[in-house]
Design a protein around this ligand. Structure first.
Ligand code: GLN
Length: 492
Protein backbone atom coordinates (compact mmCIF):
# COMPACT_ATOMS: atom_id res chain seq x y z
CA UNK A 1 0.00 0.00 0.00
CA UNK A 2 1.42 3.39 -0.99
CA UNK A 3 0.69 4.92 2.40
CA UNK A 4 2.90 2.32 4.09
CA UNK A 5 6.03 3.70 2.46
CA UNK A 6 8.39 5.95 4.33
CA UNK A 7 9.11 9.33 2.76
CA UNK A 8 12.48 8.16 1.45
CA UNK A 9 10.95 4.95 0.04
CA UNK A 10 8.19 6.97 -1.62
CA UNK A 11 10.76 9.33 -3.12
CA UNK A 12 12.70 6.38 -4.55
CA UNK A 13 9.48 4.90 -5.94
CA UNK A 14 8.62 8.17 -7.68
CA UNK A 15 12.10 8.42 -9.17
CA UNK A 16 11.86 4.85 -10.45
CA UNK A 17 8.42 5.75 -11.84
CA UNK A 18 6.94 2.80 -9.91
CA UNK A 19 3.93 5.05 -9.27
CA UNK A 20 3.05 8.68 -9.91
CA UNK A 21 2.85 11.62 -7.55
CA UNK A 22 -0.85 11.81 -8.41
CA UNK A 23 -1.36 8.20 -7.25
CA UNK A 24 0.69 8.78 -4.11
CA UNK A 25 -1.28 11.91 -3.26
CA UNK A 26 -4.62 10.22 -3.97
CA UNK A 27 -3.69 7.33 -1.66
CA UNK A 28 -2.99 9.78 1.14
CA UNK A 29 -6.15 11.80 0.45
CA UNK A 30 -8.10 8.52 0.64
CA UNK A 31 -6.53 7.84 4.04
CA UNK A 32 -7.45 11.36 5.17
CA UNK A 33 -11.05 10.86 4.03
CA UNK A 34 -11.26 7.51 5.83
CA UNK A 35 -9.53 8.40 9.09
CA UNK A 36 -9.73 12.13 9.67
CA UNK A 37 -13.39 12.17 10.72
CA UNK A 38 -12.32 10.00 13.66
CA UNK A 39 -8.89 11.45 14.43
CA UNK A 40 -9.49 15.16 13.63
CA UNK A 41 -5.81 15.56 12.74
CA UNK A 42 -6.52 18.10 9.98
CA UNK A 43 -8.35 21.40 10.44
CA UNK A 44 -8.32 22.12 6.71
CA UNK A 45 -7.84 19.60 3.89
CA UNK A 46 -6.70 21.26 0.65
CA UNK A 47 -7.40 18.31 -1.65
CA UNK A 48 -7.71 20.17 -4.96
CA UNK A 49 -4.57 22.11 -4.37
CA UNK A 50 -2.74 18.90 -3.42
CA UNK A 51 -3.92 17.21 -6.63
CA UNK A 52 -2.75 20.16 -8.73
CA UNK A 53 0.64 20.16 -7.00
CA UNK A 54 0.94 16.41 -7.62
CA UNK A 55 0.17 16.82 -11.33
CA UNK A 56 2.81 19.56 -11.55
CA UNK A 57 5.27 17.26 -9.77
CA UNK A 58 4.56 14.43 -12.22
CA UNK A 59 5.31 16.77 -15.12
CA UNK A 60 8.65 17.66 -13.55
CA UNK A 61 9.44 14.00 -12.82
CA UNK A 62 8.66 13.17 -16.44
CA UNK A 63 11.09 15.89 -17.48
CA UNK A 64 13.79 14.20 -15.41
CA UNK A 65 13.78 16.69 -12.53
CA UNK A 66 14.23 15.44 -8.98
CA UNK A 67 13.71 18.05 -6.23
CA UNK A 68 14.45 16.69 -2.75
CA UNK A 69 10.72 16.42 -1.96
CA UNK A 70 9.26 16.35 -5.45
CA UNK A 71 5.76 14.87 -5.36
CA UNK A 72 5.78 13.92 -1.65
CA UNK A 73 2.53 14.64 0.26
CA UNK A 74 2.97 16.37 3.62
CA UNK A 75 0.78 17.87 6.33
CA UNK A 76 1.47 21.42 7.51
CA UNK A 77 0.91 22.41 11.13
CA UNK A 78 -1.75 25.11 11.10
CA UNK A 79 0.70 27.55 12.65
CA UNK A 80 2.61 28.05 9.38
CA UNK A 81 1.08 30.74 7.19
CA UNK A 82 0.17 29.32 3.80
CA UNK A 83 -0.68 31.78 1.06
CA UNK A 84 -4.34 31.53 0.12
CA UNK A 85 -5.00 28.65 2.55
CA UNK A 86 -6.67 29.43 5.87
CA UNK A 87 -4.31 29.45 8.84
CA UNK A 88 -6.01 29.30 12.24
CA UNK A 89 -3.32 28.51 14.86
CA UNK A 90 -6.08 26.35 16.36
CA UNK A 91 -7.84 29.49 17.58
CA UNK A 92 -11.28 31.00 17.06
CA UNK A 93 -9.63 34.38 16.78
CA UNK A 94 -7.87 33.38 13.56
CA UNK A 95 -10.70 31.17 12.25
CA UNK A 96 -11.30 33.35 9.15
CA UNK A 97 -7.62 34.26 8.53
CA UNK A 98 -6.30 33.55 5.03
CA UNK A 99 -2.67 34.70 4.87
CA UNK A 100 -1.54 36.73 1.86
CA UNK A 101 1.95 35.23 2.23
CA UNK A 102 3.76 31.93 2.62
CA UNK A 103 6.01 31.19 5.61
CA UNK A 104 9.67 30.73 4.72
CA UNK A 105 9.71 27.10 5.86
CA UNK A 106 6.68 26.12 3.77
CA UNK A 107 8.01 28.16 0.83
CA UNK A 108 11.23 26.14 1.07
CA UNK A 109 9.24 22.89 1.01
CA UNK A 110 7.25 24.06 -2.01
CA UNK A 111 10.47 25.09 -3.75
CA UNK A 112 11.65 21.50 -3.30
CA UNK A 113 8.48 20.06 -4.81
CA UNK A 114 6.40 19.00 -1.78
CA UNK A 115 2.63 18.47 -2.04
CA UNK A 116 0.56 19.98 0.81
CA UNK A 117 -2.44 17.88 1.87
CA UNK A 118 -3.75 20.41 4.37
CA UNK A 119 -3.34 22.11 7.71
CA UNK A 120 -2.82 20.00 10.82
CA UNK A 121 -4.62 20.54 14.11
CA UNK A 122 -2.76 21.80 17.19
CA UNK A 123 -3.25 23.18 20.65
CA UNK A 124 -4.48 26.78 20.42
CA UNK A 125 -1.47 28.96 19.56
CA UNK A 126 0.68 25.87 20.24
CA UNK A 127 0.04 26.16 23.98
CA UNK A 128 -0.45 22.68 25.33
CA UNK A 129 0.70 19.09 25.53
CA UNK A 130 -2.49 17.28 24.60
CA UNK A 131 -4.28 18.96 21.67
CA UNK A 132 -7.24 19.38 23.99
CA UNK A 133 -7.05 23.17 23.73
CA UNK A 134 -7.69 23.43 19.98
CA UNK A 135 -10.77 25.50 19.14
CA UNK A 136 -11.39 22.95 16.37
CA UNK A 137 -11.79 20.02 18.73
CA UNK A 138 -9.29 17.53 20.14
CA UNK A 139 -7.12 15.27 18.02
CA UNK A 140 -7.30 11.58 18.80
CA UNK A 141 -4.13 9.52 18.95
CA UNK A 142 -4.26 6.72 16.34
CA UNK A 143 -2.89 4.41 19.04
CA UNK A 144 -5.36 2.88 21.44
CA UNK A 145 -5.00 1.34 24.85
CA UNK A 146 -6.30 -2.05 25.96
CA UNK A 147 -9.15 -0.35 27.89
CA UNK A 148 -10.27 1.39 24.70
CA UNK A 149 -9.92 4.93 26.12
CA UNK A 150 -9.44 7.64 23.49
CA UNK A 151 -5.89 8.94 23.97
CA UNK A 152 -4.32 12.33 23.33
CA UNK A 153 -1.64 12.51 20.61
CA UNK A 154 0.40 14.89 22.78
CA UNK A 155 0.91 18.47 21.82
CA UNK A 156 1.05 20.95 20.57
CA UNK A 157 1.94 19.33 17.21
CA UNK A 158 -0.57 16.52 17.84
CA UNK A 159 -2.36 16.84 14.51
CA UNK A 160 0.94 16.67 12.61
CA UNK A 161 2.05 13.59 14.55
CA UNK A 162 -1.33 11.82 14.40
CA UNK A 163 -1.47 12.42 10.62
CA UNK A 164 1.94 10.82 10.14
CA UNK A 165 1.36 7.95 12.59
CA UNK A 166 -1.96 7.07 10.92
CA UNK A 167 -0.30 7.14 7.47
CA UNK A 168 -2.35 10.12 6.27
CA UNK A 169 0.86 12.01 5.36
CA UNK A 170 4.47 10.98 4.71
CA UNK A 171 5.73 13.72 7.00
CA UNK A 172 4.60 16.97 8.55
CA UNK A 173 5.91 20.29 9.69
CA UNK A 174 5.74 20.98 13.40
CA UNK A 175 7.00 23.54 15.88
CA UNK A 176 8.56 23.17 19.30
CA UNK A 177 8.62 25.87 21.97
CA UNK A 178 9.00 23.61 25.01
CA UNK A 179 8.54 20.14 23.59
CA UNK A 180 5.79 20.33 21.00
CA UNK A 181 7.67 18.31 18.39
CA UNK A 182 9.34 15.74 20.61
CA UNK A 183 6.55 14.90 23.10
CA UNK A 184 3.78 14.24 20.51
CA UNK A 185 6.28 12.32 18.33
CA UNK A 186 6.93 10.10 21.36
CA UNK A 187 3.19 9.70 22.09
CA UNK A 188 2.46 8.76 18.45
CA UNK A 189 5.38 6.39 17.82
CA UNK A 190 7.15 8.50 15.17
CA UNK A 191 10.37 10.51 14.88
CA UNK A 192 10.55 14.27 15.37
CA UNK A 193 13.39 16.78 15.35
CA UNK A 194 13.62 20.16 17.05
CA UNK A 195 16.65 21.78 15.45
CA UNK A 196 18.88 24.39 17.07
CA UNK A 197 17.12 27.71 17.67
CA UNK A 198 17.74 29.73 14.51
CA UNK A 199 18.20 26.76 12.15
CA UNK A 200 14.77 27.25 10.54
CA UNK A 201 13.29 30.67 9.86
CA UNK A 202 10.40 31.76 12.06
CA UNK A 203 9.14 34.14 9.39
CA UNK A 204 5.48 33.50 8.68
CA UNK A 205 4.98 31.14 11.63
CA UNK A 206 2.35 32.41 14.07
CA UNK A 207 4.44 33.44 17.09
CA UNK A 208 4.00 31.91 20.54
CA UNK A 209 7.26 32.62 22.44
CA UNK A 210 9.72 34.11 19.98
CA UNK A 211 12.94 33.28 21.84
CA UNK A 212 11.94 29.60 22.04
CA UNK A 213 9.84 28.83 18.93
CA UNK A 214 11.56 26.56 16.42
CA UNK A 215 10.20 24.68 13.43
CA UNK A 216 11.13 21.10 12.65
CA UNK A 217 9.94 17.94 10.90
CA UNK A 218 8.03 14.90 12.13
CA UNK A 219 8.06 11.72 10.06
CA UNK A 220 8.09 7.95 10.29
CA UNK A 221 11.88 7.60 10.32
CA UNK A 222 14.93 9.56 11.39
CA UNK A 223 16.12 9.55 7.78
CA UNK A 224 12.81 11.04 6.61
CA UNK A 225 13.23 13.84 9.16
CA UNK A 226 16.75 14.45 7.85
CA UNK A 227 15.48 14.90 4.30
CA UNK A 228 12.71 17.23 5.41
CA UNK A 229 14.93 19.34 7.65
CA UNK A 230 17.39 19.74 4.79
CA UNK A 231 14.62 21.54 2.90
CA UNK A 232 13.11 23.46 5.81
CA UNK A 233 16.35 24.89 7.20
CA UNK A 234 18.45 27.77 5.99
CA UNK A 235 19.27 31.42 6.53
CA UNK A 236 16.47 33.91 6.06
CA UNK A 237 17.18 37.64 6.17
CA UNK A 238 13.54 38.21 7.15
CA UNK A 239 14.09 36.56 10.55
CA UNK A 240 16.69 38.44 12.62
CA UNK A 241 17.38 35.32 14.73
CA UNK A 242 17.83 33.04 11.73
CA UNK A 243 21.34 31.55 11.64
CA UNK A 244 23.53 32.37 8.67
CA UNK A 245 25.10 28.94 8.42
CA UNK A 246 25.27 26.37 5.66
CA UNK A 247 22.75 23.52 5.88
CA UNK A 248 24.67 20.24 6.30
CA UNK A 249 23.75 16.98 4.62
CA UNK A 250 21.62 15.61 7.46
CA UNK A 251 20.76 12.42 5.55
CA UNK A 252 24.47 11.57 5.22
CA UNK A 253 24.88 12.16 8.97
CA UNK A 254 22.31 9.40 9.62
CA UNK A 255 24.86 6.89 8.27
CA UNK A 256 27.77 7.96 10.49
CA UNK A 257 27.25 5.58 13.40
CA UNK A 258 28.25 6.33 16.99
CA UNK A 259 31.66 4.67 17.24
CA UNK A 260 33.92 6.82 19.39
CA UNK A 261 31.15 9.20 20.47
CA UNK A 262 30.70 10.10 24.12
CA UNK A 263 27.08 10.03 25.23
CA UNK A 264 26.06 11.77 28.44
CA UNK A 265 23.41 10.62 30.89
CA UNK A 266 22.18 13.64 32.86
CA UNK A 267 21.70 12.43 36.40
CA UNK A 268 19.12 15.10 37.26
CA UNK A 269 16.69 13.56 34.76
CA UNK A 270 16.37 10.49 36.96
CA UNK A 271 13.78 10.51 39.71
CA UNK A 272 12.00 8.02 41.92
CA UNK A 273 8.76 9.02 40.23
CA UNK A 274 9.93 7.73 36.86
CA UNK A 275 7.86 4.71 35.71
CA UNK A 276 9.89 1.50 35.58
CA UNK A 277 9.29 0.99 31.86
CA UNK A 278 10.71 4.41 31.04
CA UNK A 279 13.81 3.79 33.13
CA UNK A 280 14.18 0.36 31.47
CA UNK A 281 13.90 1.84 27.99
CA UNK A 282 16.48 4.49 28.84
CA UNK A 283 18.93 1.78 30.00
CA UNK A 284 18.18 -0.19 26.86
CA UNK A 285 18.93 2.87 24.73
CA UNK A 286 22.27 3.35 26.48
CA UNK A 287 23.09 -0.33 25.91
CA UNK A 288 22.30 0.01 22.19
CA UNK A 289 24.66 2.98 21.92
CA UNK A 290 27.36 1.14 23.85
CA UNK A 291 26.97 -1.79 21.44
CA UNK A 292 27.42 0.68 18.61
CA UNK A 293 30.79 1.72 20.00
CA UNK A 294 29.85 4.79 22.04
CA UNK A 295 31.12 5.53 25.51
CA UNK A 296 28.48 6.33 28.15
CA UNK A 297 29.35 9.08 30.61
CA UNK A 298 27.46 10.40 33.65
CA UNK A 299 26.97 14.16 33.48
CA UNK A 300 25.24 16.77 35.59
CA UNK A 301 22.83 19.47 34.45
CA UNK A 302 22.34 21.01 37.90
CA UNK A 303 19.76 23.63 36.93
CA UNK A 304 17.36 21.14 35.33
CA UNK A 305 14.97 21.49 38.27
CA UNK A 306 14.37 25.14 37.38
CA UNK A 307 13.59 24.39 33.73
CA UNK A 308 9.81 24.18 33.95
CA UNK A 309 9.43 27.04 36.44
CA UNK A 310 11.44 29.43 34.28
CA UNK A 311 9.83 28.22 31.05
CA UNK A 312 6.38 28.97 32.46
CA UNK A 313 7.51 32.55 33.10
CA UNK A 314 9.41 33.23 29.88
CA UNK A 315 6.97 31.54 27.49
CA UNK A 316 3.78 33.23 28.81
CA UNK A 317 5.60 36.60 29.01
CA UNK A 318 6.53 36.45 25.35
CA UNK A 319 3.13 35.03 24.44
CA UNK A 320 1.28 37.89 26.15
CA UNK A 321 3.28 40.33 24.10
CA UNK A 322 2.97 38.40 20.80
CA UNK A 323 -0.77 37.88 21.20
CA UNK A 324 -1.43 41.58 21.82
CA UNK A 325 -1.79 41.93 18.03
CA UNK A 326 -5.07 39.99 17.99
CA UNK A 327 -7.37 42.84 18.87
CA UNK A 328 -10.00 42.56 16.16
CA UNK A 329 -8.52 45.35 14.08
CA UNK A 330 -6.00 43.73 11.73
CA UNK A 331 -6.14 39.95 11.79
CA UNK A 332 -8.94 37.44 11.93
CA UNK A 333 -12.12 37.69 13.93
CA UNK A 334 -13.71 40.92 15.16
CA UNK A 335 -16.56 41.25 17.65
CA UNK A 336 -17.99 44.78 17.44
CA UNK A 337 -18.52 46.94 20.54
CA UNK A 338 -19.79 50.36 21.56
CA UNK A 339 -16.28 51.79 21.38
CA UNK A 340 -12.77 50.64 20.57
CA UNK A 341 -12.03 49.31 24.06
CA UNK A 342 -15.18 47.23 24.04
CA UNK A 343 -14.30 45.92 20.57
CA UNK A 344 -10.89 44.80 21.88
CA UNK A 345 -12.39 43.22 24.97
CA UNK A 346 -15.15 41.36 23.22
CA UNK A 347 -12.91 40.17 20.41
CA UNK A 348 -10.31 38.81 22.82
CA UNK A 349 -12.82 37.35 25.29
CA UNK A 350 -14.65 35.46 22.55
CA UNK A 351 -11.60 34.72 20.43
CA UNK A 352 -9.22 33.14 22.94
CA UNK A 353 -9.75 29.86 24.79
CA UNK A 354 -9.16 29.34 28.52
CA UNK A 355 -5.54 28.15 28.33
CA UNK A 356 -4.50 31.05 26.10
CA UNK A 357 -6.21 33.50 28.44
CA UNK A 358 -4.43 31.92 31.40
CA UNK A 359 -1.06 32.38 29.68
CA UNK A 360 -1.80 35.97 28.68
CA UNK A 361 -2.68 36.78 32.28
CA UNK A 362 0.43 35.07 33.70
CA UNK A 363 2.58 36.75 31.06
CA UNK A 364 1.14 40.20 31.64
CA UNK A 365 1.61 39.75 35.38
CA UNK A 366 5.28 38.73 35.20
CA UNK A 367 6.05 41.62 32.85
CA UNK A 368 4.23 44.28 34.83
CA UNK A 369 6.06 47.06 36.67
CA UNK A 370 7.33 45.85 40.02
CA UNK A 371 7.21 42.17 39.02
CA UNK A 372 9.42 42.29 35.95
CA UNK A 373 12.64 42.11 38.00
CA UNK A 374 11.27 39.52 40.40
CA UNK A 375 10.02 37.12 37.73
CA UNK A 376 10.92 37.75 34.12
CA UNK A 377 14.43 39.09 34.63
CA UNK A 378 15.19 36.38 37.16
CA UNK A 379 13.88 33.66 34.88
CA UNK A 380 16.13 34.95 32.10
CA UNK A 381 19.12 34.78 34.45
CA UNK A 382 18.30 31.20 35.40
CA UNK A 383 17.91 30.46 31.71
CA UNK A 384 21.51 31.55 31.20
CA UNK A 385 22.52 29.03 33.89
CA UNK A 386 20.56 26.27 32.16
CA UNK A 387 22.43 27.04 28.95
CA UNK A 388 25.72 26.97 30.85
CA UNK A 389 24.85 23.49 32.18
CA UNK A 390 24.58 22.26 28.60
CA UNK A 391 27.77 24.04 27.53
CA UNK A 392 29.65 22.42 30.43
CA UNK A 393 28.20 18.99 29.63
CA UNK A 394 29.12 19.32 25.96
CA UNK A 395 32.73 19.92 26.98
CA UNK A 396 32.70 16.28 28.11
CA UNK A 397 30.25 14.57 25.78
CA UNK A 398 29.04 14.79 22.17
CA UNK A 399 25.34 14.23 22.88
CA UNK A 400 22.92 13.37 25.68
CA UNK A 401 20.35 10.59 25.95
CA UNK A 402 17.16 10.91 28.02
CA UNK A 403 13.56 9.71 27.81
CA UNK A 404 11.41 12.08 25.75
CA UNK A 405 8.41 12.21 28.10
CA UNK A 406 7.64 10.95 31.60
CA UNK A 407 4.79 8.73 30.37
CA UNK A 408 3.10 7.26 27.33
CA UNK A 409 0.02 8.95 25.85
CA UNK A 410 -2.70 9.63 28.41
CA UNK A 411 -6.48 9.62 28.00
CA UNK A 412 -8.38 12.58 26.58
CA UNK A 413 -9.67 14.59 29.51
CA UNK A 414 -6.88 13.55 31.91
CA UNK A 415 -4.94 16.39 33.56
CA UNK A 416 -7.41 18.95 32.24
CA UNK A 417 -8.33 20.25 35.67
CA UNK A 418 -4.70 20.45 36.79
CA UNK A 419 -2.56 22.73 34.61
CA UNK A 420 0.59 21.92 36.58
CA UNK A 421 0.18 18.16 35.95
CA UNK A 422 -0.18 19.04 32.26
CA UNK A 423 2.92 21.24 32.32
CA UNK A 424 4.95 18.40 33.91
CA UNK A 425 4.76 16.51 30.61
CA UNK A 426 7.49 18.77 29.31
CA UNK A 427 9.95 18.13 32.12
CA UNK A 428 12.48 16.39 29.82
CA UNK A 429 12.00 18.59 26.76
CA UNK A 430 11.87 22.13 28.21
CA UNK A 431 15.53 22.50 29.32
CA UNK A 432 16.80 21.98 25.75
CA UNK A 433 14.29 24.58 24.54
CA UNK A 434 15.49 27.06 27.14
CA UNK A 435 19.08 26.42 26.01
CA UNK A 436 18.21 26.44 22.29
CA UNK A 437 20.03 23.14 21.65
CA UNK A 438 18.81 20.59 19.10
CA UNK A 439 16.85 17.49 20.08
CA UNK A 440 15.27 14.46 18.49
CA UNK A 441 12.73 11.91 19.64
CA UNK A 442 12.90 8.41 18.22
CA UNK A 443 10.35 5.65 18.86
CA UNK A 444 12.16 3.03 20.88
CA UNK A 445 9.64 0.66 22.42
CA UNK A 446 6.17 -0.01 23.80
CA UNK A 447 4.91 0.32 27.35
CA UNK A 448 3.02 -2.53 29.05
CA UNK A 449 -0.24 -1.16 27.58
CA UNK A 450 1.17 -1.40 24.05
CA UNK A 451 1.74 2.34 23.64
CA UNK A 452 4.83 3.87 22.03
CA UNK A 453 7.64 5.43 24.06
CA UNK A 454 10.37 7.67 22.71
CA UNK A 455 13.99 8.35 23.57
CA UNK A 456 15.38 11.86 23.29
CA UNK A 457 18.82 12.69 21.88
CA UNK A 458 20.14 16.20 22.58
CA UNK A 459 23.15 17.72 20.85
CA UNK A 460 25.44 20.72 20.72
CA UNK A 461 24.11 23.91 19.14
CA UNK A 462 24.12 23.50 15.33
CA UNK A 463 25.37 19.93 15.59
CA UNK A 464 22.17 18.27 14.41
CA UNK A 465 24.41 15.89 12.46
CA UNK A 466 25.51 14.09 15.63
CA UNK A 467 21.89 14.07 16.85
CA UNK A 468 20.85 12.38 13.58
CA UNK A 469 23.74 9.92 13.79
CA UNK A 470 22.77 8.85 17.32
CA UNK A 471 19.05 8.81 16.50
CA UNK A 472 19.61 6.57 13.48
CA UNK A 473 21.60 4.05 15.53
CA UNK A 474 18.85 3.91 18.16
CA UNK A 475 16.23 3.54 15.44
CA UNK A 476 18.06 0.61 13.83
CA UNK A 477 18.61 -1.11 17.17
CA UNK A 478 15.02 -0.59 18.35
CA UNK A 479 13.56 -1.79 15.04
CA UNK A 480 10.24 -0.16 15.95
CA UNK A 481 7.82 -1.56 13.36
CA UNK A 482 4.60 -1.45 15.38
CA UNK A 483 1.52 0.05 13.79
CA UNK A 484 -1.39 1.70 15.54
CA UNK A 485 -4.44 -0.55 15.43
CA UNK A 486 -6.27 1.94 13.24
CA UNK A 487 -3.78 1.18 10.44
CA UNK A 488 -2.84 -2.39 11.28
CA UNK A 489 -6.28 -3.57 10.16
CA UNK A 490 -6.52 -1.24 7.15
CA UNK A 491 -7.41 -2.88 3.83
CA UNK A 492 -4.47 -3.29 1.44
N1 GLN B 1 3.55 21.99 26.21
C1 GLN B 1 4.33 23.18 26.26
C2 GLN B 1 3.44 24.38 26.47
O1 GLN B 1 2.31 24.17 26.69
C3 GLN B 1 5.14 23.33 25.00
C4 GLN B 1 4.33 23.78 23.86
C5 GLN B 1 5.17 23.95 22.64
O2 GLN B 1 6.30 23.48 22.57
N2 GLN B 1 4.62 24.71 21.71
O3 GLN B 1 3.85 25.49 26.43
Amino acid sequence: MLTDLSLVEARDGLRRRAFSAAELTEAHLDAVAALNPRLNAFITVSADRARAQAVAADAKLAAGESGPLLGLPLAIKDLFCTEGVRTTAGSRILEPFVPPYESTVTANLLRDGAVFLGKANLDEFAMGSSNMTSAFGPVQNPWTRADGAALVPGGSSGGSCAAVAARMALGATATDTGGSIRQPASFCGIAGVKPTYGRCSRWGIVAFASSLDQAGPVARTVGDCAVMLGSMAGFDPRDSTSADRPVPDFAAACRRGVRGLRIGVPREYRSDAMPAEIEALWQQGLAWLRDGGAEIVDVSLPHTKYGLATYYIVAPAEASSNLARYDGVRFGRRVEGEDLTELYERTRAEGFGAEVRRRIMIGTYVLSAGYYDAYYLRAQKVRALILRDFTDAYAQVDALLTPTAPSAAFAQGDKMDDPVAMYLNDVFTVPASMAGVPGLSVPAGLDPQGLPLGLQVLGRPFDEETVFAVGAVLERAAGFRHLPAIRAGAPA
